[in-house]
Design a protein. Structure first.
Length: 117
């Protein structure tokens, strides 16, 4: 049974940093396409960062150079280091895992990140 559990959310002032972690069970993160998404109130869920089995990463322009996705193969976790946070980064952040087709099938329950100005 696949399970993704996020942790590390919280409240921070603009310009601050937070590190989110996603603990996976039932799958091996190093062999999967893993990603972080976020959803702000009344907005659609958006892609934030992705890491492939090869280790290559990608980010949208909105977080490029501020967010870094990484994985710890020994712990089977995927982390998201967020810096220079802005109020518009406020959202619930979700960890996700894709299946072979590229569809994100497995999702965590989400963790709240609130950035105050």
């Amino acid at each position: 049974q696949v399970q993704l559990v996020e942790s590390g959310g919280g409240s921070v002032q603009a310009g601050g940093s937070l590190r989110l972690s996603c603990a996976a069970s039932g799958l091996t993160v190093s062999t999967r396409l893993m990603a972080w998404f976020r959803q702000a109130p009344e907005k659609e869920r958006e892609f934030v960062a992705g890491i492939r089995s090869s280790g290559s990463t990608n980010y949208p322009d909105s977080v490029q150079d501020r967010f870094t996705i990484s994985r710890d193969n020994a712990k089977n976790t995927v982390d998201l280091q967020m810096s220079s946070l802005k109020p518009e980064d406020t959202a619930v952040y979700y960890c996700a895992c894709a299946i072979a087709s590229g569809t994100y099938k497995y999702w965590g329950q989400g963790t709240q990140v609130t950035v105050s100005s």
